[in-house]
Design a protein around this ligand. Structure first.
Ligand SMILES: [Zn+2]
Length: 96
């Protein structure tokens, strides 16, 4: 059974920019993180020690990101909202 989509937010050491990574939980419930950010602008190995959040679902990710302000990578956020288009929360007109 596939887990639903999760996200992890990491700080890039050099730039202090915050990037989102696709995440999932393995069979032991351990959070796994993709090696490149949604925007491909940051690699996992570039992360700072600052604890942000790991393995949050899409809704929580949006809420948590909204409190982070401008340090967030715009490209990653754009990717996050792009994936939302398929969700039932989409505010645009419904079409067949
Ligand atoms: Zn990014």
């Amino acid at each position: 059974m596939k887990n639903k989509k999760l996200y992890t937010l990491l700080e890039q050491n050099d730039t202090q920019e915050l990037h989102l990574f696709n995440s999932w939980k393995d069979e032991n419930g351990t959070c796994k993180v993709e090696s490149n950010s949604l925007c491909n602008g940051m690699h996992f190995s570039e992360k700072a020690d600052t604890p942000l959040f790991v393995c949050e679902d899409e809704e929580n990710t949006r809420i948590l990101c909204a409190t982070r302000g401008r340090a967030l990578c715009e490209k990653c956020i754009a990717q996050l909202y792009k994936s939302e288009k398929a969700a039932h929360l989409d505010l645009s007109l419904q079409e067949d």
